[in-house]
Design a protein around this ligand. Structure first.
Ligand code: NDP
Ligand code: 2IT
Length: 443
């Protein structure tokens, strides 16, 4: 049995109830075959793959909090510190009722390679809780975030582990968590990113993931003889990533016509109105039915369905496994040119293979959505030098980083005989830097 197969098998045996984690490990390890096979003795002797799939540590803790009526609740908190070979652990905090160890581990594992691809010195980690922020008052959110940080603060620090936002965690939650960290430790330091602009946040961090996704997609289209100009884009999600993907899509000449949330989706033939979307989701925290009320030409549909809309470019920006084999078939039948992942692992393995086999340009999330964490690393730099850069300065660095990521993954794919396979390219390019650092540092 090859070394790659051995480690996929042992990971499955050791983690039987972690389907998302195994999905991420399988995708990465399968696509590392060409690079592992060239040096199998070395990598096996040094147990590189076994070390990669086992987090440095995983912390689980109780998060008790009291609601506005005085009722007690207990959630489970997680922080998985996966790999710090190239920098402090870095990755978001997800607050969603579906959160469990498998989901946090898949996200932390992906983060290792994504963070490596940014070319910045950040390791991989992820955290979260099964807390459901929906319908909670501002005070309840504050109490939850304070309780979460009352345990988490022991394990993080500006040079140790730097959390940030993800699903359910935005500027408000980061603000409450930062306040509690500072209260407990007395340290005013860049321990979290995505902070408010008046207390160490970076300009363009809010926009960064969505903008970065479009910078990379645009470069991928250009290098394959297309342009975004006039392209119809289907976007899923209606949160941070989707909103700014839609905004940058317009700015680069595309026409975004869909968005979605956990209950339904919108098709707007005139193109999504960003101001209305922001008002509904960022200000009112309401459902997309409110978007449809404000835009008479727009259609609202319950359930899933974004991928049934005819489009040139598909940008999944909601959550994992939201683009499945039947969706991939529909997109291909409708003539899609490119799929670029704004979310983490939104496309199932089967759907990814189907898209690639049908010649669709496919940019994996660990490359396409790396603009968020890259800009978080720029926020860390600004915090360290106690200075703030202008929006234009950060945005232009972000754009360079995304264009470089595209070329690095494209070159890596070509070097190993998989030209145009950006999944292989991204995994190999991300892996090489981390593996070399691990080898150099010994066990
Ligand atoms: P938000 O919480 O801002 O938005 C998430 C959106 O996806 C919401 O519209 C939400 O619906 C929808 N959604 C979430 N879970 C589900 C689900 N199970 N089924 C259907 N819809 C769902 O999160 P972000 O925009 O920050 O994150 C979106 C994706 O991007 C995630 O995969 C995240 O890991 C990834 N990502 C985020 C980065 C960042 O900087 N924020 C960076 C890189 C990747 P509703 O409005 O109903 O809640
Ligand atoms: O998945 C991701 O890359 C994020 N949620 C952003 C992480 C970060 O540290 O900014």
């Amino acid at each position: 049995m090859s070394y790659v197969d051995e480690v996929i098998k042992s990971t499955a045996e050791k983690n039987p109830n972690q389907p998302e984690f195994l999905q991420a490990v399988t995708e990465v390890l399968e696509s590392l075959r060409p690079v592992i096979e060239q040096n199998e003795d070395l990598y096996k002797r040094e147990a590189i793959l076994e070390r990669l799939v086992e987090p440095d540590r995983q912390i689980m803790f109780r998060v008790p909090w009291v609601d506005d009526e005085g009722n007690a609740h207990v959630n489970r908190g997680f922080r998985v510190q996966f790999n710090n070979a190239i920098g402090p652990y870095k990755g978001g905090i997800r607050l969603h009722p579906s959160v469990n160890l498998s989901i946090i581990k898949f996200l932390g594992f992906e983060q290792i390679f994504k963070n490596s691809l940014t070319s910045l010195p950040i390791g991989g980690g992820k955290g979260g809780s099964d807390f459901d922020p929906k319908g909670k008052s501002d005070r309840e959110i504050m109490r939850f975030c304070q309780s979460f940080m009352t345990e988490l603060y022991k394990y993080i620090g500006k040079d140790t582990d730097v959390p940030a936002g993800d699903i359910g965690t935005g500027a408000r939650e980061i603000g409450y968590m930062f306040g509690q960290y500072k209260r407990i430790t007395d340290l005013y330091e860049g321990v979290l990113t995505g902070k408010g602009l008046s207390f160490g946040g970076s300009l363009a961090r809010t926009e960064a993931t969505g903008y970065g996704l479009l910078y990379l997609t645009n470069e991928m289209l250009k290098c394959n003889g297309h342009t975004l100009e006039g392209k119809i884009c289907a976007v899923s999600g209606a949160g941070n990533v989707a909103t700014y993907a839609i905004q940058k899509c317009w700015q680069l000449g595309g026409k975004p016509v869909t968005c979605s949330d956990s209950t339904g989706w919108i098709y707007d033939p005139d193109g999504i109105d960003v101001a209305v979307l922001k008002d509904v989701k960022e200000v009112r925290r309401a459902r997309l039915t409110e978007y449809a009320k404000a835009r008479p030409n727009a259609e609202y549909h319950e359930g899933r369905g974004v991928w049934s809309v005819k489009c040139d470019v598909a940008l999944p920006c909601a959550t994992q496994n939201e683009l499945r084999i039947e969706d991939a078939k529909q997109l291909v039948a409708n003539g899609v040119i490119a799929v670029a992942e704004g979310a983490n692992m939104p496309t199932t393995l089967e759907a990814t293979q189907y898209l690639q086999e049908n010649g669709i340009l496919f940019a994996p999330g660990k490359a396409a959505n790396a603009g968020g964490v890259a800009t978080s690393a720029l926020e860390m730099s600004q915090n360290s030098e106690r200075l703030s850069w202008t929006f234009e300065e950060v945005d232009s660095k972000l754009k360079n980083i995304m264009v470089n990521i595209f070329h690095n993954m494209s070159d890596a794919a070509e070097k190993y005989g998989y030209a145009g396979n950006y999944v292989v390219g991204a995994n190999i390019a991300g892996f090489e830097k981390v593996a070399n650092a691990m080898l150099a540092q010994g066990f």
